[in-house]
Ligand binder design. Structure first.
Ligand code: SF4
Length: 705
């Protein structure tokens, strides 16, 4: 590989880590036949990187890198190398066959929150125009959809953090619900140091995570709730805000609607009942409320933040609604040095949910059902609004329909590995196997790519140009630092070549990402996520631009809601629902809560990090974290091989004893493949609004292997 850009030192020339949404800044340099990264000071990471970021360049030169298209020869046969023409001709023929029998929706598309903004946009456009299919969704549905649904409902817009990350740095009180950034995005912990050192960090999590330990070490609080009781906990806290006289009545009257209905739900969550249901003591609940309200009253900074632990439930949008209601009751959103936010997961988890790879969405965070939005986007695309298909279905529903009667018989899949990351992943693997044609674009042979009929090798992060949008809604440039392997082709090129073969107007699918961005910016104009005043030139000049950044806000909007919320009346809505129990409760056959999450050394499905030697050395195989008493009950000791069994399937893992675990709960990381795939167990019960699956709670038992 040859270094093609000098990226050292200059803030406007660095790139960003390929993994999570903190998007730590770094340079990439080639030396001694390999590449290495160095951190760059940036407001989100302040010069820090976690071990995933430090080792990220190792994948660029990985021997398992895909460098030529692969084609499955003879039904169940092996994947064999082939030319790009052969691969793309095969894909185009498969699309034609699928649509000849199934109509436009005979082909489905699955995207990913790791795609650049340009690619996420173009993938949505390709699906609607070149394929004419309504069936597109992406893995971000399993990440951010509950927070997005709740924020849209309460604030009228969904930007993960409606304020810069650095605003958190001086806060004296932060309530984190279902977030473990000490493992998932360690440099972020710098922004919680003031709160943690002041004893104001409150972590709600069933486990004593590294983040919860940090809270306790500083004198803060760990609310060790029973899995699946997040909504009850939050309504109990809201109840206490009211009865303790800490409600911000002036703010509620001036800036919100719906408090009375919210109180109608919260009134029943008396402290003792909340303690009984959640397992969190009344004293801890009272302390959490006092910390937040005292920090607010002292104007010392008070925030409520959620993440996947609270959001990945079949009532996830209501849990987040309750978290927002708590923040509104305290008068935090839109107030200086205060607010509510969600910690976005994937690298482009924010931009990836704004520009059209979601089933119900057009660019600019527009609804595909809105006639005005359809007319605007159609005019940018040079088609009639009637040519745009309607809304599709959510990620799990889409995958579950594959190969069934009336469902799609072909799928194009990008930047995702659902064989490991989907809920009830055994069922999803079966559906993928039922397709007549599965086409996977990736740079390594992931578990999903290994099932494909055609595998298309694409560039990695440091080999491509584009933009991403970080967890605070700031546009970032991803810069090409090394050349991709000769055999890899950019997705933009792939989609244009497919459009050419399908005779669907290849000229509508430019391959220059800068040209695609300019079109995306025009398509987003006037939408909620308005990028129309943003250009690569401005980003390359080092400007810090947060959306919306359009005609009314040409310098961007680092802080939302300072004057009004994005709802029709400008007020935030309390949106609180009745508490629902988890979809699957423990019983005699499956007596434990099974819950899943991420660890420090791996990222998402592990397709990337399980190929990095240092990370594999740190976490080589799947494990289950379990209390010694529970393990002893199953005849298990530390390090033993165990089977964790759910109604959907069983996982084989190594036992890790932990005296701090709840005795009703086991925890499994979801990064591993093969028999260690934790998502074999998870439940595809979906949130009625966001369609988020119930990833975080299922009923299991543990037994010796
Ligand atoms: Fe930063 Fe996240 Fe990358 Fe770690 S994984 S270096 S926290 S962007």
């Amino acid at each position: 590989m040859t270094a093609i850009a000098e990226v050292q030192g200059t803030p406007a020339e660095h790139t960003h880590c390929p993994y999570c949404a903190l998007q730590c800044a770094m340079t990439v340099t080639e030396a001694d036949g390999g590449s290495y990264v160095e951190p760059v000071w940036f407001p989100t990471n302040r010069g820090g990187l976690c071990r995933k970021g430090w080792t990220s360049a190792q994948l660029l030169d990985h021997p398992g890198r895909l460098e030529t298209p692969l084609l499955r020869v003879g039904g169940e046969g092996r994947l064999e190398p082939c030319s790009w023409d052969t691969a793309l001709d095969h894909v185009a023929a498969g699309i034609r066959r699928a649509q000849a029998t199934g109509g436009p929706d005979g082909v489905a598309v699955f995207g990913g929150g790791g795609l650049t903004n340009e690619k996420a946009y173009q993938l949505g456009k390709f699906t609607r125009l070149a394929l004419g299919s309504r069936l597109i969704d992406y893995n971000g549905r399993w990440c951010m959809s509950s927070a997005a649904a709740a924020a849209n409902r309460s604030f009228g817009v969904d930007r993960g953090l409606p304020f810069p990350v650095s605003d958190l740095s001086s806060a004296r009180a932060v309530l984190l619900i279902g977030a473990n950034p000490a493992d998932t995005m360690p440099p972020f912990l710098q922004h919680l140091a003031t709160a943690a050192d002041a004893g104001g960090l409150v972590v709600a999590d069933p486990r004593l995570t590294a983040t919860a330990r940090r809270a306790l070490d500083g004198g803060g609080v760990h609310l060790r709730l029973r899995p699946g009781t997040d909504a009850a906990l939050l309504l109990g806290l809201l109840h206490l805000v009211v009865v303790a006289g800490r409600l911000d009545t002036t703010y509620i009257a001036a800036r919100t609607t719906g408090f009375d209905e919210a109180w109608g739900h919260a009134a029943a969550w008396l402290p003792e009942r909340t303690e009984r249901v959640t397992g969190v003591s009344v004293a801890q609940l009272e302390r959490a409320v006092a910390l937040l309200a005292d920090a607010r009253d002292a104007d010392a900074g008070a925030y409520v933040l959620t993440a996947r632990g609270a959001e990945q439930h079949a009532d996830g949008s209501d849990v987040v609604g309750a978290a927002i209601a708590l923040a509104l009751a305290l008068g935090l959103p839109g107030r200086p040095r205060a607010g509510y936010g969600t910690l976005t997961g994937q690298g482009n988890g924010q931009g990836g949910r704004e520009h059209g790879q979601k089933a119900d969405q057009l660019p600019g965070y527009r609804s595909i059902a809105d006639p005005a939005a359809r007319a605007h986007v159609a005019s940018v695309w040079g088609v009639e609004p009637e040519e745009l298909p309607g809304a599709g279905v959510s990620a799990f529903e889409l995958l579950d329909s594959l190969g069934r009667e009336g469902g799609p018989s072909a799928m194009l899949l990008h930047a995702s590995n659902p064989v490991v990351s989907a809920p009830d992943s055994g069922r999803v693997r079966e559906r993928l196997g039922a397709l007549d044609m599965l086409v996977v674009s990736d740079f390594v042979l992931s578990e999903t790519a290994a099932l494909a009929d055609v595998v298309l090798p694409v560039p990695q992060w440091a080999e491509e140009e584009g933009t991403l949008t970080s967890l605070e809604g700031r546009l970032l440039r991803r810069r090409r630092s090394v050349t991709p392997p000769d055999g890899a082709r950019d997705e933009l090129w792939i989609w244009r070549e497919l459009a050419r073969r399908l005779d669907r107007g290849p000229e509508r699918f430019p391959v220059d990402p800068r040209v695609v961005f300019d079109e995306l910016a025009r398509a987003s104009a006037g939408g909620k996520a308005d990028y129309s005043a943003i250009s690569w030139d401005r980003l390359d000049a080092g400007e810090a631009l947060h959306w919306p950044c359009g005609a009314d806000s040409p310098d961007g909007t680092p802080r939302l809601f300072t004057e009004r919320f994005a709802t029709e009346d400008g007020r935030a809505r309390f949106a609180v629902a009745a508490v629902r129990p988890p979809a699957e409760a423990p019983d005699a056959a499956f007596p434990l809560y099974g819950t899943t999450g991420r660890v420090l050394s791996h990222y998402q499905s592990g397709a990337q990090t399980r190929r990095v030697p240092e990370l594999v050395a740190a976490e080589p195989r799947a494990w289950v974290q379990v209390h010694p008493v529970v393990a002893a009950g199953a005849g298990l000791d530390d390090g033993d091989a165990a089977r964790v069994v759910s109604r959907r399937g069983a996982v084989e893992v190594a036992v890790r004893l932990d005296e701090d675990m709840r005795t009703d709960t086991v925890f499994l990381p979801f990064h591993f493949g093969g028999t260690g795939r934790a998502n074999i167990m998870t439940l595809p019960e979906l949130d009625p609004v966001s369609r988020m699956p119930e990833f975080k709670v299922c009923a299991v038992r543990i037994e010796a292997l």
